[in-house]
Each structure stands twice: as structure tokens, then as C-alpha cells.
Design a binder for this molecule. Structure first.
Ligand SMILES: Cc1cc2nc3c(=O)[nH]c(=O)nc-3n(C[C@H](O)[C@H](O)[C@H](O)COP(=O)(O)OP(=O)(O)OC[C@H]3O[C@@H](n4cnc5c(N)ncnc54)[C@H](O)[C@@H]3O)c2cc1C
Length: 275
């Protein structure tokens, strides 16, 4: 079974801070890690390989330092790594990112399964997995929390929904986006980490020409969306404690909500309140 895992290097925090002047992410002092969901995708891929044989290839798009993320993946028993790095890839929106990853996947050749994390903790869109599947025209299952059955032809998975679970059978080749419930990632093997940093490293670096894309099809130029402004929302929360009996407090609350501008939902609810 040939498995591809898409991994993203992200800052080691969900508390992303933006420079108020430029709107850019403040990266100083931030460690980089493999996106947490992607560790579960790597673990699933390596576990499947241990049963079914084949190879696991990790692909990541990012600046040159993303090689550290791929080296870490090697330590987690991945066989090959591909770093997609080119100045032309910079400034990609999710569409351009998915297109670039899709092109690289096509270049790697035959694959049975593609695994991604559900969501990156920095970009947070959860769009890449579904968009890559769409580009490759293969079936996708998102929010996978259990792999129940695998045969030569298909995979049966359980996916988490808001109010329960769904069991899905999917033919190969397929793409799954996975969540943390799926497994417990293993610890890296130090010897493999060292091998990844040696001269004959199993990590290849591909640029735009290597994956056969024109520079205006990728990165900022190839993006369908553009960020006009980035800002952190200002919280102006005011705490007020209402005192009195339950009836008085609720009546007071309804009055205050009615007085405040734009609270239309409450107007519909308030007349039916029976205390
Ligand atoms: C309008 C717009 C403009 C943007 N402009 C810029 C910009 O100028 N500069 C910039 O740096 N970013 C920019 N971004 C962010 C960039 O597009 C996203 O970080 C990137 O596309 C991944 O999206 P995400 O972080 O939401 O990942 P998600 O979709 O949440 O990630 C899901 C999964 O997809 C996989 N994945 C995601 N990204 C990668 C990757 N790079 N390599 C391998 N696997 C991956 C991982 O498995 C991950 O768990 C922009 C985004 C938007 C929407």
C-alpha cells in the first residue's frame, strides 16, 4: 500500500499573535512543530504500512526550514519525504496550496491512500484535504476517528459528526482527513532522525519546475483569494452582575437586551417568556 501524508509546519501555539501594524504573524520566539492532527495521520500511515507493506511518503509545502518537519517525520518511520519549496509558492491561499500539493502527489506516481490532518492550528481552514481530493478527483472522508477495516480494494472508517458517528466505506485511491481520536502517535526513533539529516537523506526538494507548474499558477499569483486586511479582534467584554429574584433578573436582562442595539433574536423570544 502506497500512502502519502500531507504535513504542515506550524508555530507551536494556537494563540497566534498578529503585528497590529503589518497584520503579519509574529514569529519571533515561536518554535515550529508538525501540525498536531498531522501526527495522527503519520501514525495511521505507518501502522497501515506495518500491516500491508508498501511505502509512506510525507509531503510538505513551506520555506526551506520546513525540512526539519520532514526530518521529524522520518524519525516517525516515514520512508520518503518531499519538501515543496520555491519562492514562487509564497503567499499561496488554500486553493493554490492544494493545487501545488496535488501536482506533487501526481509526480510521486501510484498511490492508494492520502492522509491529512483535519485542520492546521494556524491557518485553521480545514480546506486543504477536501480541495486536494477534489483536484485529484478521488473520494474523500473527513473527520476520520477510526479505521475499522482495510481490504485490497477499500477502507471502512468511522467519522465524527457533531451529534454522533458515521461509518463510511470508501474505494481506493482515497483521501482521509483525520482527527486526534484516531490513535496515539509514536515517539520518534533517534537513529532515523539522524539518518534524515545525513548526506543521503531520503528527503527530496522540489521547486515549481520540478512539479511542472508555471510560477503564475502557484503562490500569490495563482491564488484566487487575497487578504485585504488581517487584524486580531478587540474584546470589549463588560461583566455585569444582575441582582434580585430569578424573575427580576430575567426581566432586567430582557430589558437590557432590548435596549442594546441589534439584539433582534431576543425580541422574538422575550414575549413568550413565562416565569
Ligand atoms: C485568502 C488567503 C490568503 C493567504 N495568503 C497567505 C500568504 O500570503 N502567506 C502565507 O504564508 N499563507 C497565506 N495563507 C495561508 C495559506 O493559504 C494556508 O496556510 C495554507 O493554504 C494551508 O491552509 P490551512 O493552514 O488552513 O490548512 P488546513 O486546510 O486547515 O490544513 C488541513 C491539513 O492539510 C494539510 N496541509 C495544509 N497545509 C499544508 C502544507 N503547506 N503542506 C502540506 N500539507 C498541508 C495538513 O495535513 C493539514 O493538517 C492564505 C490563506 C488564505 C485563505
Amino acid at each position: 500500500m502506497n500512502i502519502i501524508v500531507l504535513i504542515k509546519q506550524v508555530p507551536d501555539t494556537t494563540d497566534v499573535k498578529l503585528d497590529p501594524k503589518t497584520g503579519n504573524l509574529i514569529r519571533e520566539g515561536l518554535e515550529s512543530i508538525i501540525n498536531p492532527d498531522d501526527l495522527h495521520a503519520l501514525e495511521a500511515a505507518v501502522s497501515l504500512k506495518e500491516v500491508w507493506g508498501g511505502t509512506v511518503t510525507a509531503i510538505s509545502m513551506g520555506p526551506p526550514q520546513t525540512i526539519d518537519t520532514l526530518s521529524e517525520a522520518m524519525g516517525l518511520c516515514v520512508d520518503k519525504g518531499v519538501l515543496l519549496s520555491d519562492r514562487a509558492f509564497a503567499g499561496a491561499d488554500t486553493w493554490a496550496t492544494s493545487f501545488t500539493l496535488g501536482k506533487a502527489i501526481e509526480k510521486t506516481g501510484q498511490y492508494d491512500l492520502i492522509l491529512c490532518g483535519r485542520q492546521a492550528i494556524d491557518g485553521d481552514t480545514a480546506q486543504i484535504g477536501p480541495q486536494v481530493a477534489d483536484y485529484l478527483r478521488i473520494p474523500q472522508v473527513t473527520y476520520v476517528c477510526e479505521i475499522e477495516e482495510v481490504t485490497e480494494e477499500h477502507i471502512v472508517v468511522r467519522r465524527r459528526l457533531e451529534d454522533g458517528y458515521e461509518r463510511v466505506e470508501c474505494a481506493f485511491p482515497a483521501l482521509l482527513t483525520v482527527i486526534g481520536e484516531l490513535n496515539t502517535p509514536r515517539y520518534p526513533v533517534v537513529g532515523r532522525l539522524i539518518d534524515a539529516c545525513r548526506e543521503k537523506s531520503p528527503i527530496k526538494i522540489w521547486n515549481a519546475a520540478d512539479i511542472g507548474v508555471k510560477t503564475d499558477e502557484v503562490g500569490l499569483e495563482g491564488s484566487l483569494t487575497h487578504v485585504v486586511k488581517t487584524f486580531a479582534p478587540k474584546f470589549k467584554r463588560q461583566g455585569k452582575i444582575l441582582k434580585g429574584s430569578t424573575k427580576e433578573v430575567v426581566q432586567d436582562l430582557i430589558r437590557k437586551l432590548r435596549e442594546s442595539e441589534g439584539v433582534t433574536a431576543c425580541k422574538a423570544v422575550a414575549p413568550t417568556c413565562q416565569l
